[in-house]
Design a protein around this ligand. Structure first.
Ligand code: ATP
Ligand code: MG
Length: 563
């Protein structure tokens, strides 16, 4: 997808914001109350960011509020670690739920009472069919379902059985509570869905209090109702669940009835987004944890060096719609590039160093050259770069046999050193066995200090460099896409991990960067001039020894490789 987005501010409101505005104008709601409802069974990813930005964004725009609610109804897959990481990620994205932190498990008692009410209304029954039988009775898209033989139990019997289920008198899976709706409904979700199951598993918050757990669909609408949510925003796969959402609230005649609105989820090419698959990558060691910089998790993007502003901007750019679409990685990369272009100080770093000796520069001399920290922004100030007889330049900035339009170094060619002097290559040394260039001899023009020549002589190319004796040697990690296939999980019959890109991470040791970077704090972004944006890794760096992650290149290399 390579859409040219118009400037974000000029775009009409998306369809959800339109609804929220209309509801405010009509007086239906004075202010929106939304919620972001993650299940604590994994870390948040860029798709969740879309939902976070939408829910918190709408609340902020209307001085409403957005709740953070953990949808923790499945005790076997949920963990406290995930709760903490999700809170950290939402905060880092720049959003605040204030005192409105909730857990669906806080409502277990109330949900249980609503279930008893449904039973008394004749709208729910205990069913003894096995899971397989229930599936079999449910019918198909073309055939209606068949009533369970337990469907006509009386409310009294149902109540007694349900209380016994709660008291732990039955084994896991032996009985469930089902809503009594319509076995012939064209919508399979309405064919007496299960709303409670027995699960003798400890819950990360309620411990062993419960052996009966409510199902997601039943829990979600009631949690929304209890929190007086006005607009319950979810992804399109819940569209077919909306009748059930409404049925539960209508049947219980609740005073508050939030409106569920569905939008298209974010899909990105060359990655997987399902938490189950991300967990598999982590557990099988394909990546170094949830925060591996190649993962499109919020923690991975943060560690890689993405800024919260760039992720919010990305979410704004992709917009909210009703139609499923695929977003190219290039859109996310552009967002971070645009953001860092404004905020990241410029420095010099040589990734593949080639040694240069300036033959006519005095051996024991050293001088400091002033360099701007941001060429377009004077307020970023300047710094001093040490310059001496021996330098490192980028290996790719010299060619033994350069074409005419190669505006960098070749034998007899002159270039400008950024913030330095003009230099001309006079000879080079080469390893006879490997053919590799090992050293350049150059001369410099002392009249060109600061990068301009008094005689008006023009040089086309400007290259970056560092002083060999002053540079800091460090490692830099380059990243490429994690998968080689555009849709790695398209084919259900093959394991998506076969599409992993073995070259997704390249570690360059012996890079040479300017000495000012010795004490850079992990997490701070800089631009290595001509190379891209980099960030010292939080885990691999140690004091005085940064290890840099490349966040993104300066140009859209992605688009080039994806014609
Ligand atoms: P699971 O596969 O475990 O259901 P999930 O990705 O749906 O995972 P949830 O924790 O249920 O995870 O998601 C929390 C919220 O984020 C939900 O409202 C969900 O609709 C939304 N969400 C999840 N993935 C995306 C996505 N790719 N794009 C937009 N919203 C998403
Ligand atoms: Mg989900």
């Amino acid at each position: 997808m390579n859409i040219n987005h118009p400037p974000v501010d000029d775009r009409p409101l998306d369809f959800i914001r339109q609804i929220v505005s209309e509801d405010k104008e009509s007086g239906k709601h004075s202010q929106p109350i939304t919620r972001f409802p993650p299940e604590p069974n994994g870390f948040l990813h860029i798709g969740h960011a879309k939902s976070v930005c939408l829910n918190f964004g709408i609340a902020n725009e209307h001085s409403g509020r957005c709740h953070l609610r953990f949808d923790d109804t499945n005790p076997s897959k949920e963990e406290e670690e995930y709760v903490e990481s999700i809170k950290e990620d939402v905060r880092w994205l720049g959003f605040d739920w204030q005192q409105h932190l909730y857990f669906a498990s806080d409502y277990f008692e109330q949900l249980y009472h609503f279930a008893e009410q449904l039973i008394l209304l004749g709208k729910a029954y205990v069913c003894d069919l096995t899971a397989d039988e229930i599936r079999h009775y449910r019918g198909t898209l073309t055939e209606p379902g068949k009533a369970s033989p337990y469907r006509d139990r009386t409310p009294e019997i149902n109540l007694e059985l349900f209380r016994k289920m709660k008291a732990g008198e039955f084994t896991d899976g032996s009985r469930v509570l089902r809503a009594k709706i319509d076995m012939a409904s064209p919508n399979i979700n309405m064919r007496d869905p299960v709303i409670y199951r027995i699960l003798k598993v400890a819950h990360h918050r309620t411990g062993n209090t419960w052996c009966l757990y409510p199902m997601y669909d039943y829990t979600h609408c009631l949690s929304d109702m209890l929190e007086k949510i006005t607009h319950s925003l979810c992804t399109l796969e819940f569209e077919d669940h909306r009748p059930l959402y409404d049925w539960v609230l209508d049947t219980l005649q609740t005073e508050c009835h939030p409106r569920q609105i569905e939008f298209a989820r974010l899909n990105m090419t060359y990655t997987v987004m399902s938490k189950r698959k991300l967990l598999q990558l982590v557990n099988k060691g394909h990546v170094d944890g949830w925060d591996d910089p190649r993962m499109l998790t919020i923690s991975g993007l943060r560690r890689r060096g993405y800024t919260p502003g760039s992720i919010r901007k990305f979410c704004e750019l992709i917009g909210i719609g009703k139609k499923e679409s695929w977003i190219d990685m290039g859109v996310l990369e552009n967002a971070v590039r645009d953001d860092l272009n404004e905020t990241a100080p410029r420095v010099m770093g040589v990734l593949n160093p080639l040694r240069v000796i300036i033959d006519n520069y005095p051996e024991d001399q050293m001088e400091s050259l002033e360099a701007q920290n941001h060429p377009q922004k004077a307020e970023f100030g300047t710094r001093l770069l040490p310059f001496s007889r021996e330098l490192y330049i980028e290996r790719s900035d010299f060619l033994e046999d350069p074409p005419r339009k190669f505006f960098r170094l070749g034998l007899g060619r002159e270039v400008r050193l950024r913030y330095g002097y003009y230099i001309t290559c006079v000879s080079f040394e080469k390893d006879d066995d490997t053919g590799e260039i090992t050293l350049l001899h150059c001369t410099y023009d002392p009249e060109t200090r600061g990068g301009c020549s008094p005689d008006g002589r023009k040089v086309k190319g400007t290259i970056h460099w560092v002083s060999a004796n002053h540079a800091l040697s460090c490692s830099v990690i380059l990243y490429d896409r994690l998968f080689m296939a555009e849709h790695p999980d398209n084919d259900k019959d093959v394991d998506f991990t076969i599409h992993l890109n073995p070259g997704s991470r390249t570690i360059l040791d012996g890079c040479q960067v300017e000495p000012s970077l010795r004490d850079i704090s992990p997490g701070i972004q800089v631009q290595f001039e001509r190379q891209g944006y980099f960030c010292a890794d939080k885990i691999a760096s140690s004091p005085g020894k940064p290890v840099f992650n490349r966040i993104v290149t300066l140009r859209d290399s992605w688009a080039k490789r994806n014609p």
